[in-house]
Design a protein around this ligand. Sequence first.
Ligand code: NCD
Length: 360
Amino acid sequence: MTTNASSIPSEGTFNVGDHSSSGAFLLGQNLPLVDPALWKRRHAIDSASFTAQEVQIVLQTARSFGHILSRPIKKVPTLRGKVVVNMFYENSTRTSTSFALAAQYLSADLINFNVSTSSVKKGESLIDTAETLAAMGTDAVVIRHSSSGVCQQLANYFGDRLCILNAGDGYHDHPTQGLLDLLTIQSRLPEISGKKVVIVGDILHSRVARSNIYLLKLFGANVHVVAPATLLPVDIERLGCTAHTKIEEALDGADVVMCLRMQLERQSSGLIPAMSEYTRFYCITKERLKRHCQPNVLLMHPGPMNRGIEIASDVADDLALSLITNQVTNGVAIRMALLYLCLSTPTERSVLLRFQGDSV
Ligand code: NCD
């Protein structure tokens, strides 16, 4: 780690993805970018490998891109001539669409690779598929896959030839979700250090939980996780969080509550006796938030939500406490930032900075 990780400089007020009371979005100011030479990565794979300085560069770049989202014409020429391929081997709405929009807002050419109609169905391997795409001039592959570690495997194989962006691999990691969550929290709580963040739900199957634990710990947050014992990995505390099975204990004094989806598609039989029991003991309701958390507690959910199972509808829809839509908007800005940083060289970034008014 190369910088003091205790706080993220917030540089004035930024509100990427923040809802104003009028319903309009207040988006980020056109802030100066940090020194582009400091960014050396070609890939974004593993939250745990990010330094605090790298995270700061991503957040600051995302904030500076935020204003593009509020323009009538949401397009800048920053990545003109670059080719991005979205490869989603698992279902997705938010992550796949926001990567696609991020690439298009930056003028990259985008292919949404359709796994179900591709030669993957004829047995072609992932590396052969990616090699085929690289041979056609692809610069970046955004990949979501059910197997943990595939992104690293691709990065090891391709090195600098292809930029690999992890859009969620198995139970392992979902770095762009962790980064967009950090950006969202910081828009309301500029000083994250010492804040209590509670992650509630299906921790066992959640790559989102792992990404968030790593990134929040990097900035000094006090991270707690809570779930029925069967949905808590036995060694989860080794990541630096505190584990609970009682929701009341976990929520006590919480500044932020992050609710996770019950991953019904990944539940092997017997992990929880009945969904109704999960809801009874762990569902995030207004009553639970009010009784146990800080009065101005913030609520998050990466989506998609199972309303009435892990989260009550009136909580999800209460804009005074719910940041769920802000998370979605911030996801576009974070993905623009990562595409820009990983796909351009420091020299290209320096040139763009000189034309910053229009280019970034
Ligand atoms: C998450 C995912 O796919 O890991 N969703 C997302 O990317 N917004 C969480 C989930 O599916 O529950």
